[in-house]
Ligand binder design. Structure first.
Ligand code: GDP
Length: 445
């Protein structure tokens, strides 16, 4: 799926990733090509423009992780932004089907794959969610469509409402509701009539059915191959009837992922499922990261950048350990430790993670020993110069006064901080000697 977009972007990024370093101009040129690729993939102009703008904003000023090229970094940023745009709220696969029998209304144009999707969804609800499902076709103008649903029902072992000739759609919907209640069904799916185009009749009928059963979900089925048309259809259906989610079909074809991107950006409606073929199990929950990966077709680069970031962090940690072992523990290190502690929820948060320390956390709280102290300590370090942070032992009385004042605290507070840094430095030195000294090496001799 999405070969077109993926190939296009692939070409762009091939050129990018072969360069060692990128200038700002290069980034802009590259993003211009990404924009063209998006447009050719049927992403609408405003969506593509906004998307590129967001990526540019995020890319500018972002430091490039060592051991990947700036081009690779851009891929990662584009990838993350795609996910951000594609992601809706909540789990797309979780349908609201509590309060049995829960009605689900299926709407869409003729030929979009609505009947097929109704049956696929019924099969999924039956097999994955262990629900008792009933299906009913409301397409009174096309007897063939009603029979089609019946045949699919037999295939997947899901009941369909018996066809009664001459009944209108609202009457069928009501009958489905009664039958679902009496028959102990958990869910009933209503496959509404489709037309080739949206017209007043179609909308009026769907609205009447909606009012008759009050659906828990109204799922719009659209052909993912129709790009911008699919988005227009969705906008209109949502305006006139209100939809709770979208199913994009034919995403197995020579698809242009643009529809998914525009759909999210323009309608704001969550994409819930994608259809990936004609078979009854060719329906998948919409997964933004997977789709973004497929749009780019460069999952390996994304993984590479993630790996490089991890490696970098590991390298930093190792360098720090080496310095600590030599007793080099300055104010920058202390600041990092303090900030790490704040990230972990402060002193209390850390205490709570230690078994049996909950009571101590409470006592600390009562004694006023909270995050405020951590923040004050960081503020003190922040008001030192770079030189002073690296060599805090050089601090003179006059500078101490000014630093304390700069952080809004007393010299006594600063002295406490300096003492803490010295103690930690000593401790690190001892631990370093032990490591080298060789408790381990001794034992191995
Ligand atoms: P309806 O008129 O909207 O009810 O459309 P149908 O459910 O009858 O589907 C029309 C055609 O599209 C059928 O031949 C389906 O098998 C096919 N179809 C539906 N969904 C998909 C899909 O996700 N992928 C592919 N390749 N074909 C699909």
């Amino acid at each position: 799926m999405f070969e077109t977009l993926s190939d296009r972007l692939g070409g762009v990024f091939d050129r990018l990733t072969k360069q060692g370093a990128l200038s700002e101009d290069d980034v802009r040129t590259a993003l211009r090509e990404v924009r063209v690729a998006l447009l050719e993939a049927d992403v609408s102009l405003p969506v593509a423009r906004d998307f590129i703008k967001a990526v540019e904003r995020k890319a500018t000023g972002q430091s490039v992780t060592r051991s990947v090229t700036p081009g690779q970094q851009v891929v990662k940023i584009v990838h993350d932004e795609l996910i951000a745009v594609l992601t809706g709220e909540g789990d797309p696969g979780a349908l609201r089907i509590d309060n049995a029998p829960a009605p689900i209304l299926m709407v869409g144009l003729q030929g979009s794959g609505k009947t097929t999707t109704t049956a696929k969804l019924a099969k999924r609800l039956k097999e994955r969610d262990r629900k008792k499902v009933l299906m009913a076709s409301l397409d009174v103008n096309r007897p063939a469509a009603m029979e089609q649903l019946q045949i699919l029902g037999q295939q997947i072992g899901v009941d369909t409402l018996p066809i009664v000739k001459g009944e209108d759609p609202v009457a069928i919907a009501r009958r489905a509701k009664t039958q679902a209640s009496l028959g102990g069904y958990d869910v009933y799916l209503l496959d509404t009539a489709g037309r080739l185009h949206i017209d007043a009749d179609l909308i009026a009928q769907a609205a009447q059915v909606r009012d008759a059963v009050n659906p828990r979900e109204t799922l719009l089925v659209v052909d993912g191959l129709t790009g911008q048309d699919a988005v227009n259809v969705a906008t209109e259906f949502d305006d006139k009837i209100g939809v709770s989610g979208v199913v994009l079909t034919r995403m197995d074809g020579d698809g242009r992922g643009g529809a998914a991107l525009s759909m999210r950006a323009i309608t704001g409606k969550p994409i819930r499922f994608v259809g990936l073929g004609e078979k009854m199990d060719a329906l998948e929950t919409f997964e933004p990261d997977r789709v973004a990966g497929r749009i780019l077709g460069m999952g390996d680069i994304v993984a590479l950048v993630e790996k490089a970031q991890q490696t970098l962090e590991a390298e930093q940690a190792e360098r720090m350990m080496k310095r600590f072992q030599k007793g080099q523990f300055n104010m920058n290190d202390l600041k990092m430790q303090l900030e790490q502690m704040m990230k972990m929820g402060g002193l209390q948060g850390m205490m709570q993670m230690m078994p049996g320390a909950g009571k101590m956390a409470k006592q600390m709280d009562e004694a006023g020993l909270d995050d405020k102290i951590l923040r004050q300590q960081v503020a003190l370090i922040n008001s030192m110069t770079k030189m002073e942070r690296a060599n805090p032992q050089l601090l003179q009385a006059s500078r101490k006064k000014r630093i304390a004042a700069g952080a809004g605290m007393d010299v006594a507070d600063l002295n406490k901080l300096l003492k803490m840094q010295r103690q930690m430095s000593d401790m690190m030195k001892k631990m370093g000697k032990m490591g080298k000294g060789g408790m381990l090496k001794q034992a191995m001799k």
